[in-house]
Design a protein. Structure first.
Length: 598
């Protein structure tokens, strides 16, 4: 997928509708890197035109005046035509002369197109928004001037006016699709519908003139001069007053008056038509793993038990209880383990940068030049957000990456968890990996933004593991924080499959996580509702990390004294994000080439 939106494919195992070319024989064509580049470039450009919000995030301002669609019949037809054409061209291309890295990209391109075509068989158009991934929230962030949308010229303000007009039309279309979803019984769980209402209320209950949506109007004088300041302010006032605000009100009213009462009582995808099959498709999409859902569930249970035993050892080392419920209370109720203000929390993470950054060159051959900054999650969405997240920015934009920290509940942000969280979201986790990928020399920009969730999240969890070797988790409390986060990823295997395959309720999932972890109640609720909204994604962390660790052990065994950790990391990261099967092939080919040098 394209940086958290394009997916790698193994879902064809579950649906007997695999697209195929007319002939299994590839035509006798001359192999050309230029032909592959042309294919990737064409697909990427068409993808940008279909996903203008993503285009803005990727630094392509030619689409800044578009909102996009994603759910109309004409848009769905265009997407199908693009994926069908791209798959056919790739399958009928001679790839024999491509380099090893290009071969990997070629294989993943085909898998991604196959997966996209499988995705089209499910009625995703009836679920255009949720509280976690939502083009509505993206528009709000863009409108605030604190994200990817530019507001540095008069033309930029006019661009956003065009985007605002299209957003207003999209809201009406989304409402119609959700009405169709009601008729087809493809609707959100009631509690998730309420969460969207809560988010919209958080915006609309603030007077319009004081809303974050008006920030670009108030800040026009910072980037513009003379008469352009007043013109820009007027344009933005109109954008919000005429299109954005009324559209948000229409959506909120529809949710409250009609959608809420027709939302489903079931919490997992098992409650949707073909829901278990749909869920299996998501799991295969995110992870590309051949294990059954039951095997994934049982792996989670065994990992939870293993981590619990490690936590008991930490309790003993700290001269605290080895009874886990008591230990959890001891480490979550002592006020000395928490900051008293959001500002102090953010500053604490900024201080960690100065501790972690000097250690990185010992473990990596190259360090991304792009910096990152720590920023508090905006108040309007913090109640329903995860404890932390990362937002990338193209290096060419001049913007840093953003490590978002959620200060909604300071008791959900213990000091002993900060090192691990920073390792995961910033460096050498998401920021490090994504910033490096965005700066890699690629034959096509498509590859720069390609993304596989198991790779991205598996790497970030592996980055937490590296914290042990880096000496950053030597203190028992910091090590407990690492175990706590690892425990969360193990519980995700249990809860995600429980919710969507085994018929668990939201309350069952919440109770399981509360009984087995030191997570704050607010975090547990946000986590469970996140799994309800984006099924399958939660299992990618642990399974992706397992693959990377297994490949490292394989390389260590095969290379012996010749194994160099920084070279292994370079090999894993040098081709950008890729599916686990392709990463496995890439690393093993590298190991074979090194063995041959003995």
């Amino acid at each position: 997928m394209l940086l958290r939106s394009l997916l790698a494919c193994s879902a064809l195992l579950i649906i007997g509708c695999q697209p195929s070319s007319e002939s299994s024989e590839k035509p006798s064509l001359e192999c050309s890197q230029d032909a592959f580049k042309t294919l990737l470039d064409h697909h990427f450009e068409q993808y940008l035109s279909l996903h203008p919000l993503f285009a803005t995030a990727a630094g392509h301002d030619a689409y800044d005046d578009k909102f996009g669609d994603g759910i109309s019949d004409s848009w769905l037809k265009q997407r199908n035509e693009l994926n069908t054409e791209s798959l056919s061209r790739a399958q009928n291309m001679d790839s024999s002369c491509l380099s090893a890295s290009e071969q990997a990209a070629y294989q993943d391109f085909i898998r991604s197109r196959q997966l996209d075509l499988v995705s089209e068989t499910f009625p995703e158009r009836f679920l255009p928004i949720n509280q976690f991934y939502s083009p509505v929230n993206t528009l709000i962030q863009y409108a605030s001037g604190e994200s990817a949308q530019r507001f540095d010229t008069l033309w930029a303000y006019q661009n956003f006016q065009g985007r605002s007009s299209e957003f207003s039309q999209w809201v009406d279309l989304a409402i119609e699709r959700m009405k169709e979803g009601i008729e087809s019984e493809v609707v959100l769980p009631r509690v998730l519908s309420q969460r969207i209402v809560d988010q919209l209320d958080g915006v609309l209950n603030t007077p319009m003139e004081q809303s974050i949506l008006m920030n670009p109007k108030h800040n026009a004088s910072k980037t513009l001069q003379g008469a352009d300041i007043a013109k820009a302010a007027q344009i933005h006032q109109r954008s919000i007053e005429v299109w954005v605000w009324p559209a948000l009100e229409r959506l909120n009213q529809f949710l409250k008056s009609e959608y809420m009462q027709n939302s489903r009582a079931s919490d997992g995808y098992w409650g949707l038509p073909n829901g278990r099959l749909w869920y299996k498709h998501y799991v295969n999409s995110y992870v590309d793993d051949q294990r059954s859902l039951e095997q994934i569930h049982q792996l989670g249970i065994s990992e939870v038990a293993r981590i619990h035993e490690e936590m008991k050892k930490v309790g003993k080392a700290l001269q605290l209880s080895t009874d886990l419920p008591i230990l959890f209370r001891q480490l979550t109720t002592d006020p000395t383990y928490y900051y008293e203000t959001p500002e102090a929390l953010v500053a604490g993470y900024e201080d960690l940068k100065s501790t972690i950054d000097p250690v990185l060159p010992q473990y990596f051959a190259s360090i991304p030049e792009q910096p990152y900054e720590v920023r508090r999650v905006e108040p309007y969405r913090e109640a329903n957000e995860a404890g932390a997240s990362y937002q990338s920015a193209p290096p060419s934009s001049g913007r840093p990456g953003i490590f978002y920290i959620n200060a909604y509940n300071l008791r959900a942000q213990p000091k002993w968890g900060m090192v691990t969280l920073s390792l995961h979201e910033a460096a050498p986790g998401h920021h490090f990996q994504i910033a490096q990928q965005l700066s890699l020399p690629m034959i096509s920009e498509y590859l720069r933004y390609s993304s596989n969730t198991a790779f991205d999240e598996g790497w970030a969890l592996y980055a937490e593991y590296l914290g042990i070797e880096m000496g950053l988790l030597d203190e028992p409390l910091d090590y407990f924080g690492k175990l706590s986060d690892e425990l969360l990823r193990a519980m995700r295997l249990v809860v995600d499959t429980g919710l969507h395959d085994k018929g668990w309720t939201r309350e069952q999932a919440i109770q399981y996580m509360q009984d087995n972890s030191p997570l704050a109640p607010s975090d547990v609720v946000a986590e469970v509702e996140r799994y309800m909204a984006i099924p399958g994604q939660a299992v990618s962390y642990k399974l992706g990390e397992q693959t990377i660790l297994e490949l490292r052990r394989y390389a260590e065994t095969e290379l012996g004294d010749q194994f160099v950790l920084s070279e292994f990391h370079q090999q894993v990261l040098k081709n950008g994000s890729m599916s686990m099967p392709v990463l496995t092939t890439s690393v093993k080919n590298w190991v074979d080439s090194q063995v041959g040098l003995k």
